[in-house]
Design a protein around this ligand. Structure first.
Ligand code: ADP
Ligand code: MG
Length: 323
């Protein structure tokens, strides 16, 4: 890549995403110069995606670009932060310009949608891997954390759960012709929607929040541990999409919803006194919000049916949270 590295940076990465006034100096020098706003904390996160580990190596390049940024914006959303800047470290087996063009298309579209400027990065040769760092702002003291859930708080999730896990199964089947439901589930895997505006709306409302990257059981477990509480979740209330219902039997949908990764929805807790705000938040953000359970004293996650009987799901990591 040595000879054309600078051409690639100039042609594909310079000016990618939004133009922002707080970028004093973007791509092109040894470092970017950025001006954070007064009174705001900078939320900073990074996520690496390795081909064959975090995404299928044959995933469309535009989807890889979209997802590499989306997973980071999802982390910012879970903090209640407003995205602003990103850097990108890209390791490629070769300088395949068509792949790069498509990758930057997917990345750039999502970046512009969320007003994110790409301000720097790195290109190197090696096994396909993408590392994105994202920064955003949140008013000091107002970030959503994992540690303030209290007994009696309601547990909510956004969107629908389990779609990405079912989408992965479909992708691995390598079916030549895909119906609309399958295509939608695969899109949920490859092009997750970071719930940025929801995260912002939850400031001052949610007591704890996390984004769902490793599956509900596992990720809600982090809130429970961080807050020193337990929770009961009614698995019959887990929001499952129509395409998921069409593709898989009820039991498999339930397992995917309870433990499947990669949905990038938000899970959050809300005290009883603020529940009345949620309808307005759902309609302002256009995101479905579902109450799935309640925080309780003690520790561990209990997955039950509506009538209170244990769900008996084989959820990876589940035992860890009940012991
Ligand atoms: P250095 O050798 O000083 O690290 P590079 O030659 O790697 O600089 O990069 C030159 C400029 O291009 C820097 O401003 C860097 O941030 C930017 N850059 C390099 N690769 C990328 C990329 N994939 N995306 C965005 N900016 C990049
Ligand atoms: Mg340098």
């Amino acid at each position: 890549m040595a000879a054309s590295e600078f051409d690639l940076i100039r042609d594909y990465f310079t000016g990618l995403g939004s133009r922002r006034e707080d970028v004093l100096l973007g791509v092109g020098d040894d470092a970017a110069l950025l001006q954070p706003p007064e009174g705001q904390a900078v939320a900073l996160c990074v996520d690496t995606m390795v081909a064959g580990v975090h995404f299928p190596g044959d995933a469309p390049a535009a989807s890889v670009g979209h997802k590499a940024l989306a997973v980071n914006l999802s982390d910012l959303a879970a903090m209640g932060a407003e995205p602003a800047w990103a850097t990108l470290s890209l390791t490629l087996p070769d300088a395949d310009e068509r792949w790069i063009a498509s990758f930057t298309h997917g990345f750039g579209d999502l970046a512009r949608y969320h007003n994110v400027a790409l301000v720097g990065g790195d290109l190197s040769r090696g096994p396909l891997s993408v590392s994105v760092q994202a920064a955003g702002f949140v008013p000091r003291g107002r970030a959503l954390r994992r540690r303030r859930a209290r007994p009696g708080d309601a547990v909510f999730v956004s969107g629908t759960l389990g779609d990405a896990a079912l989408g992965l199964a479909l992708w691995q089947e390598q079916r030549a012709t895909l119906d609309a439901d399958s295509a939608w589930l695969i899109a949920r895997l490859h092009q997750p929607t970071p719930r940025v505006s929801l995260g912002r709306e939850l400031r001052g409302c949610a007591t704890a929040a996390i984004d769902l990257s490793d599956g509900l059981a596992q990720d809600l477990g982090h809130i429970l541990q961080g807050s020193g509480v337990g929770a009961v979740v009614d698995v019959d209330r887990l929001p499952v999409s129509e395409p998921a219902r069409h593709y898989a039997v009820a039991r498999r949908c339930l397992e995917a919803a309870a433990a499947g990764g990669d949905d990038y929805e938000l899970c959050f807790t809300v005290p009883r006194t603020r529940l009345h705000r949620l309808d307005a938040i759902a309609s302002r953000t256009g995101v479905r919000l579902t109450r799935i359970g309640t925080i309780e004293p003690g520790q561990g996650l209990r997955l039950v049916h509506g009538d209170g009987t244990p769900a008996g799901l084989q959820v990876p990591g589940y035992r860890h949270f009940t012991s």
